[in-house]
Design a protein around this ligand. Structure first.
Ligand code: SF4
Ligand code: SF4
Length: 336
């Protein structure tokens, strides 16, 4: 699906980032022959695929509308991009019903956007998930849309405790780099939201990113100082409490993943995200939601697996640059 280019999107946000993203990937353009055939790579080698082992986590994209328009938002969210419309609480309930009628072992429901708290149905669907006994993981920027729901969140925390985790995007531990990506005036509201969640005893986590040349250890040390100074109850050395994500750029060159890569890299298909998760999206113009292979590729028809969880239980061919750069290689090389 063609989406507005970043430069067009960001003009529509009050927090327009100024200048290039501090997280831009430096690589040659991706050759057109790569990632074009789900069966074989451009070199004619057998492309790797990932079977669904168990649907442990089902994600819902709540809609692409967001209060921000970050420079390299992988899903191209903005205050005006509704390519993925607000999913309804009724549609979410249908998929939860399918999990239960199918006897699936799903334990966690994730919500991502856009900004989930902009969806008017979001409190209802989150309550439904928690009332049914699932763990809920909510990805948010902790800014104004979340703060409008403080009372409802406190009630849910009181009722469900640590089954509700809020994972807040804080792209860097410095205001300068965070705002270079997210735009001016995006730092203090996010920090305020994070402090509010911490002060009120929520189970919290942070999602950060590594600028080019910064090591994992340096970043964790930087976040640790920030969390300590701000009184935020997160252990920056714990990789589940502070997740540092590799970069994504589907236009930049990257090696394709062949079946031989698993042994070369000493990785196993079962360790890849789409072995244990799927994401439900409601695309604009479609009557009902669909199930995508993962959270990273919501628009590509090649990663649309069907209308139901049952249809979406088929293996996924790793036929997208994100499969290589984000999921499998993560900075490693797969050349024999
Ligand atoms: S806050 Fe998240 S969803 Fe919104 S534009 Fe930024 S990266 Fe995208
Ligand atoms: S990007 Fe590719 S490998 Fe990664 S989870 Fe999605 S489909 Fe699977």
């Amino acid at each position: 699906m063609a989406l507005a280019r970043t430069s067009e999107r960001v003009r529509k946000s009050r927090n327009t980032p100024v200048g290039p993203s501090p997280f831009a990937v430096e690589a040659a353009p991706l050759p057109a022959a790569k990632f074009s055939d789900p069966e074989v790579t451009a070199k004619g080698e057998a492309r790797a695929s990932v079977p669904l082992v168990e649907l442990e986590t089902l994600w819902f994209n709540t809609g692409t509308l967001c209060n921000l328009a970050c420079a390299t938002c992988y899903i191209e969210s903005s205050p005006t991009n509704d390519a993925l419309v607000y999913i309804s609480a009724a549609h979410v309930a249908q998929y939860l019903d399918e999990i239960e009628s199918g006897g699936l072992a799903t334990r966690e429901i994730g919500f991502t956007g856009g900004e989930p708290f902009m969806n008017p149905d979001f409190p209802a669907m989150l309550s439904d998930v928690l009332d049914r006994g699932y763990e809920a993981l909510v990805l948010s920027n902790a800014m104004k849309p979340l703060r409008r729901h403080e009372a409802a969140l406190l009630t849910m925390r009181e009722k469900h405790g640590d089954r509700l985790t809020m994972r807040i995007s804080l792209d860097h531990y410095t205001q300068t780099i965070h705002e270079g990506e997210r735009g001016p005036r995006s730092w203090e509201p996010a920090m305020s939201g994070l402090r509010w969640l911490s002060d009120n005893g929520f189970q919290i986590a942070v999602a950060g990113r590594l600028p080019p040349g910064e090591t994992d250890a340096l970043a964790r040390a930087g976040y640790a100082l920030l969390f300590e100074g701000e009184g935020i109850a997160i252990d920056a050395q714990d990789p589940t409490a502070l997740t540092l994500f590799p970069e994504m750029d589907e236009t930049a060159d990257i090696a394709e993943i062949t079946t031989a890569c698993w042994s070369i890299l000493d990785k196993h298909p079962a360790d890849i995200m789409c072995a244990t998760s799927r994401m439900v999206v409601h695309r604009k113009g479609e009557a009902a939601p669909r199930v995508a292979a993962c959270t990273l590729i919501p628009y590509d028809p090649g990663f649309d697996l069907g209308a139901t969880l049952d249809e979406a239980s088929q293996p996924v061919a790793l036929n997208h640059p994100h499969c290589a750069r984000f999921c499998v290689l993560g900075g490693a090389s797969c050349s024999a």
